[in-house]
Design a protein around this ligand. Structure first.
Ligand SMILES: Cc1cc2nc3c(=O)[nH]c(=O)nc-3n(C[C@H](O)[C@H](O)[C@H](O)COP(=O)(O)OP(=O)(O)OC[C@H]3O[C@@H](n4cnc5c(N)ncnc54)[C@H](O)[C@@H]3O)c2cc1C
Length: 487
């Protein structure tokens, strides 16, 4: 072994960090080990129990195939293992580490509770065979737990969190890490190995996994999105040109004014540092001030950070519990027929239906509309927000537990720093304000295409479009009364 390296052979365990560029675990492994291999472990049973959906899994598999090629160019083999559940990972990993004869494991930390437990079990298992494990901070800019109030507590409110977060970043520009070096060719990595109690460890990425339906690929795109690191980098370059207009235009769903980077951030095809570095470098290193568009976008990225930090500080969020425990007393409705109409975009409220159809057809929904449909489900229909949270997890390409839970608890007024319970979005005024000419509605609700601008937000009775599922005014009053009763 060359004395330049701490380890002879290292293994990088890839998860939601499917890229070569600026991947901390990969970079650390390439720096510290003479030879490096990578592994991805699919656990379809656990993924299903976490409500991972067909789109997100299909996207991940395509990202993995692209990544396998990029890694191969650097003589880093990418292995694939299919298990059922997270609980099987420690035993399987021990066998793999032994059979591949590696002496260190590197991975980027993941923060939902089950993922944290899995990772700590793997660390314990490998400790028994004297193999060190390094979990790196990569999904967030600062490690959860690092931003604390003066009394050492986690922040529960966004604005002071943001202030402390920026201060703690201390002027760093989050420059992406250098590319991992290429390895010398090494024939000693086996093509496959047998793993007891599991499928073989192979170098083939499957097209599909048990329990998940394939999502049709058209011209290399899934639901209109091109997976992978190259497409992510292209999207970031495009958004760089438009970022100054972000604050003014981001609320209008008919305009393509937001970055649409969320599926890439979620799968890790792009890093949070690449995004922040781009924005800071255009704004003279400033998080606030300078370009309104840039500082507003950076603020959204800090929301992402905030929700991830919250998850670690308050593990009950990972157990289907509301942040505000008293809101568990809300007499939530479990009306399946109404819920189905909401899912299918058949509520008779055009902006809600257009938004839900956008989600079903493209695997993504505009942020303004996520707030509108979440408020509509949890307030106007008073349906348990966890049903909506679950549906989003199953259908969004950017389904991220922390951001999704945070967004739902915000809209349902059950979360910390959430919308106050008496502020219920009126879907008709939201529609008139943010889709004034009904362009977005017309795109996704073709039944309403011929209606004038003044009728499209709240259509008259029609043969081919349902009447509204509820009286928006009355249901709003009812929801406010229910929440007020909790006091
Ligand atoms: C009910 C609800 C559910 C949501 N579920 C998710 C989810 O599962 N995954 C997800 O990534 N975002 C979620 N969001 C946040 C937000 O809607 C999306 O991040 C955003 O619409 C993605 O589009 P974009 O990449 O163009 O965002 P941009 O506006 O360009 O923002 C850039 C990035 O900042 C982050 N971001 C922006 N807004 C938020 C926010 N409010 N909370 C946390 N991060 C944010 C995302 O990573 C996003 O890609 C949810 C919001 C709500 C109200």
């Amino acid at each position: 072994m060359s004395s330049d390296f701490t380890f002879r052979r290292g293994l990088v365990w890839l998860r939601n960090d499917l890229r070569i560029q600026d991947n901390t675990a990969l970079y650390r492994a390439a720096k510290g080990c003479a030879q490096v291999a990578a592994i991805f472990i699919a656990c379809p049973q656990t993924w299903r129990s976490h409500d991972e959906g067909d789109p997100v899994v299909a996207f991940r598999l395509v990202c993995l195939r692209e990544l396998q090629q990029s890694l191969a160019e650097r003589h880093i083999p990418l292995y694939f293992l299919e298990l059922q559940k997270f609980a099987q990972v420690p035993r399987a990993m021990t066998q793999i580490v032994e059979k591949l004869d590696v002496d260190a494991l590197f991975a980027n930390a993941e923060y939902p509770l089950d993922e944290q437990r899995r990772d700590s079990d793997v660390r314990e298992a490998l400790k028994k065979i004297d193999v060190p494990v390094e979990y790196c901070t990569d999904r967030t800019l600062l490690p959860p737990g690092a931003v604390r109030t003066g009394s050492g507590d986690a922040y529960k409110v966004f604005t002071p969190f943001k202030r402390a977060f920026i201060e703690q970043c201390g002027g760093t520009d989050f420059a992406p890490l250098p590319q991992p070096r290429g390895m010398a060719e090494d024939q000693s990595w086996p093509n496959w190995i047998e793993v007891q109690g599991a499928h073989n460890l192979v170098q083939t990425i499957p097209e599909q996994l048990p329990g998940f339906q394939p999502v049709p690929e058209k011209n290399g795109e899934l639901l209109g999105w091109r997976p992978g690191e190259k497409a992510a980098a292209k999207r970031l370059r495009q958004f760089r040109e438009d970022i100054d207009g972000y604050e003014d235009e981001r609320d209008f769903p008919a305009i393509d004014a937001t970055s649409r980077l969320s599926p890439y951030l979620n799968s890790g095809a792009i890093s949070i540092r690449q995004c922040v570095h781009m924005a800071l470098s255009l704004n003279d290193g400033r998080w606030t001030g300078g370009s309104d568009g840039i500082s507003c976008w950076l603020s959204e990225l800090i929301w992402r950070e905030f929700y991830t930090h919250l998850l670690v500080a308050f593990p009950r969020l990972c157990m289907h519990k509301p942040f505000k425990e008293e809101t568990d007393k809300v007499p939530w409705s479990y009306d399946e027929a109404k819920f189905r109409r909401w899912c299918d975009g058949e509520t008779g409220v055009p902006i809600v239906d257009a938004a839900m159809r956008q989600l079903n057809q493209t695997g993504w929904m505009h942020n303004r509309l996520r707030m509108v449909v979440a408020s509509f489900l949890s307030k106007n229909l008073l349906i348990d927000w966890r049903w909506g949270e679950r549906y989003f997890m199953q259908h969004l390409l950017d389904a991220d537990f922390a951001a999704n839970n945070g967004g739902w608890q915000w809209a349902a007024s059950t979360g910390t720093d959430a919308a106050p319970y008496f502020r219920v979005f009126n879907p008709y005024s939201q529609s008139k304000k943010f889709d004034r000419h009904g362009e977005f509605i017309r795109e996704f609700v073709p039944e309403l295409r011929e209606l004038d601008d003044d009728k499209i937000h709240c259509p008259p009775p029609m043969e081919n479009y349902p009447p509204p599922i509820c009286d928006v005014g009355e249901s709003r009053k009812h929801a406010i009364a229910v929440f007020a009763d909790l006091k």
